[in-house]
Design a protein. Structure first.
Length: 305
């Protein structure tokens, strides 16, 4: 019983289970596990950057991208590109969350930015075969459609032969493409009642997309966060530090998830995301290094600290 003044049994047990006392094979396994968590997290950051930097239409990841993605923004459209105002059938099908997006992202980042940029610029015939439309070395919009879409969207034997971009699987035809790429041909897009000329609304992500990422993330991240927190409890760090840093990643990730949903209705909640992300990353990193340190350099001595 803890109330008779004796040390709490849990802390004694934790002490005996200290990572530094684990046999070498276990220490190797745990080291690799936490190292992979660390690299996995870095990979997630890279993915985050590349997926969202263009959310607001501008390169570089800013809080505006976050806002576009989770809440939606209205942006000014460049003067001469009045064609941008109206979405095309093709564009609405390849924006994040739309049904053809996955075929586009099956290629690389260059495919995505090329087709989107070409469509947003009004699907001009003059730039259809232009390479390096956005960045040096990018393919042309024609190449992207040939590589990513023609397989199904061809009149000859495609799965979607009724909406073809070319007569057969080898040939893209600008005229055919233009039927779907023409600005103003969108049909699914939620009719934007208060759309103003010269402005367009970007985002937020579709509800379907939000459900998808929510369940994937919510059923996976807390699992390794919990395992890591458990390992961290077995380091030689003082109880005070364990109390502060131990629960931090789990709290941060819970706040982050809540923010995704709350920010949809009010941008007031966007700061939650801006704070939770870094707090999660930093506390996770601290726990990883603490675990590695304790595994290999920790004192085996049962006396605390
Ligand atoms: C694996 C086959 C397949 C590929 C590859 C594919 N699509 Fe589709 N596409 C379909 C099917 C099936 C539908 C009908 C279902 C739907 O609308 O989601 C469709 C529908 C569409 C529509 C709506 C057509 C209409 O009825 O108005 C557009 C636009 C479209 N796709 C564009 C694209 C673009 C752009 C690409 C390449 C980035 C692409 N698709 C790649 C199979 C494909």
């Amino acid at each position: 019983m803890a109330d008779d003044g004796k040390p709490a049994p849990l802390s004694v047990a934790l002490d005996q289970l200290r990572l530094s006392r684990w046999p070498t094979p276990a220490r190797i396994t745990v080291s690799l596990f936490v190292a992979m968590l660390g690299f996995g997290y870095l990979g997630a950051l890279g993915n985050l950057y590349h997926r969202h930097e263009l959310a607001d239409g501008q390169p570089g990841l800013t809080d505006n991208d976050l806002k576009a993605h989770f809440h939606g923004i209205t942006v000014d459209v460049e003067d001469d590109a009045s064609d941008v105002v109206a979405m095309s059938r093709m564009l609405e099908k390849v924006v994040p969350g739309a049904s053809m997006r996955k075929h586009l992202t099956a290629g690389d980042e260059a495919d995505v930015r090329t087709l989107i940029a070409w469509l947003e610029q009004g699907a001009q015939a003059s730039t259809f075969q232009t390479e390096s439309l956005v960045q040096e070395g990018d393919p042309s919009a024609e190449d992207v459609i040939a590589g990513r879409c023609l397989r199904c969207h061809n009149a000859d034997d495609g799965e979607k032969a009724d909406t073809p971009y070319g007569p057969d699987i080898f040939t893209v035809e600008q005229d055919m493409v233009y039927r779907y790429a023409k600005p103003g041909t969108a049909v699914d897009t939620i009719a934007d009642a208060d759309a103003m000329p010269g402005r367009k609304k970007i985002g937020p992500q579709t509800l379907a997309q939000l459900f998808l990422v929510t369940h994937i993330h919510m059923l996976s991240i807390p699992v390794f966060t919990l395992i890591l927190a458990g390992l961290f409890a077995l380091t030689g760090w003082s109880t005070r530090w364990k109390t502060i840093i131990g629960p931090l990643p789990m709290i941060a990730i819970a706040v982050d998830f809540a923010g995704w949903w709350l920010a949809r209705s009010s941008e007031m909640f966007l700061p939650l995301l801006l704070i939770a992300g870094p707090v999660f990353g930093l506390s996770l990193a601290m726990q990883i290094f603490a675990v590695l340190g304790s595994l290999w350099f920790g004192s085996k001595d049962a006396n605390r600290d």
